[in-house]
Design a protein around this ligand. Structure first.
Ligand code: SF4
Length: 92
């Protein structure tokens, strides 16, 4: 298995800042390891050994649309995306 390089090793599930100023964070309490986020946006989301979603470094290479689609695919809305002003983009 390829080694997973996290975007922020100190905060595997974020919040992490994207190039455009958005922040992405996984609420580990909510995450149930359904993995639809990782299936839809494998550059942006992966599961750790506790089956909680973490954010790989490759999120920087992903399209915003895909990052957002991954968040929208989460059955428990555990992925929170904010704009550069801290305003929630998803979930609303
Ligand atoms: S889709 Fe949601 S519940 Fe499933 S792994 Fe991703 S963040 Fe966790």
């Amino acid at each position: 298995m390829e080694e997973l390089i996290l975007k922020n090793a100190a905060k595997p599930s974020g919040p992490v800042k994207l190039k455009n100023g958005w922040t992405v964070e996984v609420d580990r309490e909510l995450c149930i390891g359904a993995a639809t986020c990782a299936a839809l946006a494998p550059l942006s989301y992966a599961l750790d050994e506790e089956a909680k979603a973490v954010i790989p470094q490759t999120i920087d290479e992903d399209e915003l649309e895909t990052i957002l689609a991954g968040a929208k695919s989460c059955p428990v809305d555990a992925i929170i995306i904010r704009d550069q002003n801290g305003k929630k983009i998803y979930p609303k």
